[in-house]
Design a protein around this ligand. Structure first.
Ligand code: DCP
Ligand code: MG
Length: 384
């Protein structure tokens, strides 16, 4: 990819200082000088299970609990032919595909495999932003092997993952994160798609609005109601109108649809929260039992805060009732919570629980989260 496109506007800031300014006052730049690769493993958990157990290869499998309230974490591509999908209740998956084989997930194992994938990434660049265990952005503009084309870096990474780990990755290559992510999804599985700067707008024009970053089902419905179905519909909107209807996201939509996205690949992720939750096998009614679960959650939460080196001021208790209504109660402390604050976390969580009503039908799920970070030092321990 070459650096092209004269400067219409500044690149350094993702958002202008005053996004309510009329767009005529904005100067937009499309920076096409970077080489960004987005890697996303194909059917990650399921592929690891099929790799490790030959009896599962070529068969429809789902990773997750088969019984009770189990859901499918992911399904092999053989199972997807029957309509089995991530987050689907296991009972429904079995109805769609009666010979579906369920395999219990092994998170610690997937984490270790993810680490091996990252070891391969690091042969090319240290500018790696993990999005989940199986997905990451890489900035390979100046890569360690001096490879000129982003697509050749992506090819080499895919080949090494296959040869050394026996797994298949899809990759997308472009000059920004928005396009690289869409590209990796384009020809899945075993995909490799490059979006060149001169083809970017034509590529974007065929996208349904659902493909845009930050557009979930609710935003998509809102777009449809406004007559926005595909990218050209979105491009017809002025910035001020988009800001009015979509808030800050309107600014992203305005830029993405013009092929502009200057967000850097961040070598560590700014976490907004750390939490844990538990779904009960049977709805819980007894206060004593509920208090015990709360204590367990606090213990788990402190472990997670420690692993993430996370410190945050807000504690939120989430209670899902037997009928799926969900209530949250939050408390913001002056002194932030960290891994060493188990006693205070428990006291404050108990206070939140005391103030909450427990419905006669009982609780289905309870969760505890710390948010409002004051400091995020994940990945920077070498500083100390
Ligand atoms: N996952 C999960 N629950 C979900 C979605 C995903 O536990 N609702 C887990 C299982 C997946 C992994 O995260 O294997 C990666 O998620 P992806 O969305 O990338 O899905 P896959 O890698 O399984 O499939 P694809 O080939 O579509 O990327
Ligand atoms: Mg994946």
């Amino acid at each position: 990819m070459t650096s092209s496109e004269s400067s219409l506007l500044p690149t350094s800031e993702h958002r202008p200082p005053d996004v309510t300014a009329d767009e005529t006052a904005l100067v937009l730049t499309r920076d096409t000088s970077r080489k960004i690769v987005h890697v996303d493993m194909d059917a990650f958990y399921a592929s690891v299970e099929q790799r490790d157990n030959p009896a599962l290869r070529g068969r429809p499998i789902a990773v997750g609990h088969a019984e009770g309230r189990g859901v499918v974490a992911t399904a092999s591509y053989e199972a997807r032919q029957y309509g089995v999908r991530s987050a689907m209740p296991s009972a429904k998956a079995k109805a769609l595909c009666p010979h579906l084989i369920f395999v219990e997930g092994r998170m610690a194992h997937y984490k270790a495999v993810s680490q091996s994938i990252h070891d391969i990434f690091h042969r090319y660049t240290d500018i790696i932003e993990p999005i989940s265990l199986d997905e990451a952005f890489l900035d390979v503009t100046h890569n360690k092997r001096g490879i000129a084309l982003g697509v050749d870096v992506a090819k080499a990474i895919k080949a090494e993952i296959r040869a050394e780990l026996g797994l298949v990755a899809s990759a997308g290559v472009s000059y920004n994160k928005f396009l690289a992510k869409i590209a990796s999804d384009w020809r899945k599985p075993d995909g490799l798609c490059t979006i060149h700067p001169d083809r970017a707008l034509a590529f974007i024009d065929q996208l349904p609005i659902e493909a845009f970053w930050g557009v979930g089902p609710a935003t998509a419905a809102k777009c449809h109601a406004l007559g926005i179905h595909k990218a050209p519909d979105l491009r017809a909107w002025s910035l001020s109108d988009l800001l009015r209807h979509f808030g800050q996201s309107g600014y992203d939509f305005y830029r993405f649809v013009r092929g502009i996205d200057d967000r850097p690949v961040r070598a560590w992720r700014e976490r907004k929260s750390v939490g844990c939750e538990r779904t009960f096998r049977h709805d819980l009614r007894a206060r004593r039992q509920i208090a015990q679960v709360l204590a367990d959650l606090v213990e788990e939460l402190t472990k997670r805060l420690g692993r993430a080196h996370f410190v945050g001021c807000t504690l939120t208790l989430k209670l899902r009732h037997h009928d799926f209504t969900t209530k949250t109660r939050a408390y913001t402390a002056e002194v932030p919570y960290g891994a060493m604050d188990g006693v205070r976390l428990l006291e404050d969580a108990q206070r939140l629980l005391l103030g909450a009503a427990i419905p006669a039908g009982g609780l289905r799920l309870m969760g505890l989260t710390v948010s409002t970070p004051i400091q995020e030092i994940e990945g920077s321990l070498s500083l100390f």
